[in-house]
Write a protein that binds this ligand. Sequence first.
Ligand SMILES: Cc1ncc(COP(=O)(O)O)c(C=O)c1O
Length: 331
Amino acid sequence: MLFLDNSENKFLNLKCNVCLRRQTIYITVRISNDYVSIPGYNHPSLMAAMRKEDNLVQFINRPALAVHPPSDWAERINNALMRVAPAGLNQVQTMACGACSLEHSQKAMFMSYQRKKRGGKPPTQEELKSCLMNKAPGSPDLTVLSFTNAFHGRTMGALALTHSKWIHKLDFPVPEWPVAHFPDLKYPLEDFVRENMEEENKCLEENEVPLMFDEVQTGCGATGKFWAHENFNLPEVPDIVGFSKKMLTGGFYYKDNLRPAEPFRIFNTWVGDPSKLVLLEAVVNVIKGQNLLLNVQVTGDYLLKGLKDLQKHHAEMFLEVLEAVVKDMSK
Ligand SMILES: Cc1ncc(COP(=O)(O)O)c(C=O)c1O
């Protein structure tokens, strides 16, 4: 998704092979491993982390992290989250769930954009007053561009980017932000290179806007790389990467320039949970120590080859599944 400034009509179009290809990855992940952490929640390493005397306090206490973090919080962030940070993203913010991670990511993008626009000057009195009434200039006309059929969560800001099912959306007022058509690619990709290129080209055009990846579903090794976007050989790193689910804690990585200038701009009571970092550290140790990413690549290739063989010999079976999925999506 990308965010756009309507007030200056810097509009639409996107450079996004990245997102285009993501659909393949997304389908793979849905098949394999939606909610479970990569080593599995009953893995002996996770059990051991739970039982370790030093860790007990992290499970018993739930501090308001942004106000009273535990004294070893920075160390735990480094041992768990920063060891697997996407290249080029030096900052991280924890959150409780996927939707609130994406919601706050959007705020980080908006703030950094407005900060740059002010050129180092503080906000004006008019801005400070008008924002309280949801009016410009304090509440500026900025938007986030999302894709048809996307799902990014159920809170109001995340919902503005969600277009998958009416059950998530009906009865809620949402900002009228732009929605780009997500290309309908034909599979298997290698058999439809020309057709898919034409379809993608309809959506390709470069723009100077921040690029954010929602890796709530795809992050933490499920695609054979720690982050799915690492599969895309991007010319530049994304600006923000949101995560949750298999990472056990919600949150987002972001570039230095997106760091808020003032405290409490990205804030809620918990902003995450230290006990989740205890478990995430154990997860990262297992993934790295047992070379699980390679395992995912090898078994993923094996599974895909098997699926393709099945498709060749039992096409009718796949058609049945596909019809059931399409029916479910249109509900
Ligand atoms: C891609 C994606 N983004 C965001 C979310 C929202 O996460 P949560 O349910 O933790 O708010 C989900 C949840 O299914 C998701 O799959």
